[in-house]
Design a binder for this molecule. Sequence first.
Ligand code: CA
Ligand code: ZN
Ligand code: ZN
Length: 267
Amino acid sequence: MRLTVLCALCLLPSGLASPLPREAGGMSEPQWRQAQDYLRRFYPFNSETREADSFEARLKRMQTFFRLPVTGVLTPRLVEIMQKPRCGVPDVADYSLFPTQPKWNSRVVTYRVISYTRDLPRVTVNQLVAKALALWSREIPLSFRRVLAGTADIMIGFARGAHGDYYPFDGPGNTLAHAFAPGPGLGGDAHFDEDERWTDGSRLGINFLVTATHELGHSLGLGHSSDPSAVMYPTYRVGESKNFRLSPDDIKGIQKLYGEKSNLRKN
Ligand SMILES: [Ca+2]
Ligand SMILES: [Zn+2]
Ligand SMILES: [Zn+2]
């Protein structure tokens, strides 16, 4: 069985808190604690040494990811990023852990929406999931088939708090959703935090199309991108529902995994 991207989190004992560095002043105790928690969740281990490393080393990897000066010092700018709503999948390309990048090997991948949000009509959720999948499938030789019962490759649902996969959601804000890389069982599944207020763009809230397109990118095998224009960027930004589309970076990533769709079939 293949490891998923999220399994990276399992490797980390929760008591492994590093001592708080004191060299940078101006941060409150809760901010330090939040920073430690954030780094533990999203930068759990070094993908080269496969070891959990120090607070400073994690901070440096975060600064590298977000294209900031790599100082290893906690700054207000980093605290600001840490407070943004985001995806629950770590910003660690742990693909070096497996010999091959996980992907679906069949040309048709099935999906099923198993639970819904109270914020949107079911038909809207179904339409937006189909739209998100279409954004990906128009770039690659892969198609999606919805099933209404039984087990699908990609099981999609909304849940709050603990929901049976060791990655409990955290109430309103912060983690919005997470998804698992291709594989059996939980592999490919995408979960959305029901404690968020989901919207189709017609009112305030977290845009479901934008979030679903991101999570389904993980379901297809993509990790996070540090390109701020990419759908696979880890933090959520508002105001991007109109003309929403994949960025060149996303397309490059997905085609690296699956190849290009034949030009004849692309509109
Ligand atoms: Ca949340
Ligand atoms: Zn993500
Ligand atoms: Zn989950």
